[in-house]
Design a protein around this ligand. Structure first.
Ligand SMILES: NC(=O)c1ccc[n+]([C@@H]2O[C@H](COP(=O)([O-])OP(=O)(O)OC[C@H]3O[C@@H](n4cnc5c(N)ncnc54)[C@H](O)[C@@H]3O)[C@@H](O)[C@H]2O)c1
Length: 249
């Protein structure tokens, strides 16, 4: 299926690895020009190079989405180098696994800054570039933890992901008149470094609870994101698309 995003300009945060990288590759394969953003320059450059090797167009910009200044710089530079952003994927996040009563204030603040405030501020910047063109696609990474509560992840992480769902539904209402759709994707357990740190026994236990019998691959989340970015998804806004392999908590 042609997703109809040839020549659109996409910005993916945290695209150096995992789901973000798979999404950057998927959007580039559909003909979008992709701005890869990360704090890990080596990995971000690698994603960019891979897209170019595959015949796509990409650039890499270093930005910490926990910093308002760096976000502003990211969007200014992206606009100057590729033109205004049409598709924003808010993917960058951190997930420190610390018991609730032991979460220090500084860590709570950092998780809020990167996961929720970063998403909020990136959307503000993107909307300023989308509104004059009266077209836009905003897709943010929520999580099963934000839908049903976290099992292994921290309470602060789950709170940011639930916040992203509320933000998505609100902005779908506010930005609809400007033909900007706002959606999120809630993955279950996906095969990335975030998950690989869990002991093998825990991973086996997790798989036994998933109806499809396995954890998901980053490319399977990327396909859902690419669809929400497509022309075909023009009447989908305010949705949270579960990519959970049938797992319902
Ligand atoms: N992997 C899973 O099982 C799973 C499940 C549910 C939701 N998610 C969500 O999907 C998204 C991607 O997850 P993943 O497993 O691919 O993560 P990951 O840890 O493998 O990759 C995250 C990327 O974000 C970058 N990053 C981290 N902090 C950043 C910052 N401040 N600014 C810019 N970039 C930053 C990292 O360098 C890395 O390249 C996250 O939002 C995560 O919460 C993942």
């Amino acid at each position: 299926m042609d997703l109809g995003i040839q020549g659109k300009r996409a910005l993916v945060t945290g695209a150096g690895q995992g789901i973000g990288k798979a999404t950057a590759l998927a959007l580039a394969q559909e003909g979008a020009v992709v701005c890869v953003c990360d704090i890990n320059d080596a990995r971000g450059e690698e994603t960019k190079e891979e897209i170019i090797r595959q015949g796509g167009s990409a650039l890499y910009i270093h930005a910490d989405v926990g910093s308002e200044q760096e976000i502003k710089h990211l969007f200014q530079t992206a606009k100057a180098q590729m033109g205004p952003v049409d598709i924003l994927v808010n993917n960058a996040a951190i997930s420190p696994k610390v018991p609730f009563e032991e979460i220090p204030f500084e860590q709570l603040e950092q998780v809020m800054r990167v996961n929720l405030m970063g998403t909020f501020l990136c959307i503000q910047e993107a909307v300023a570039q989308m509104k004059p063109r009266q077209w836009g696609r905003i897709i943010s990474l929520a999580s099963m933890a934000g839908r049903f509560g976290a099992n292994k992840a921290g309470a602060h992480y789950a709170a940011t992901k639930a916040g992203i769902i509320g933000l998505t539904m609100t902005l779908a209402k506010k930005l609809g008149p400007d033909h900007i759709t706002v959606n999120c994707v809630a993955p279950g357990r996906i095969n990335t470094e975030l998950t690989r740190v869990l002991p093998e026994a825990v991973q086996k236990e997790i798989c036994s609870q998933i109806p499809l019998g396995r954890i998901g691959e980053p490319s399977e989340v990327a396909s859902a994101i690419a669809f929400l970015a497509s022309q075909q998804a023009s009447y989908i806004s305010g949705a949270c698309l579960d990519v959970l392999g049938g797992y319902i908590a």
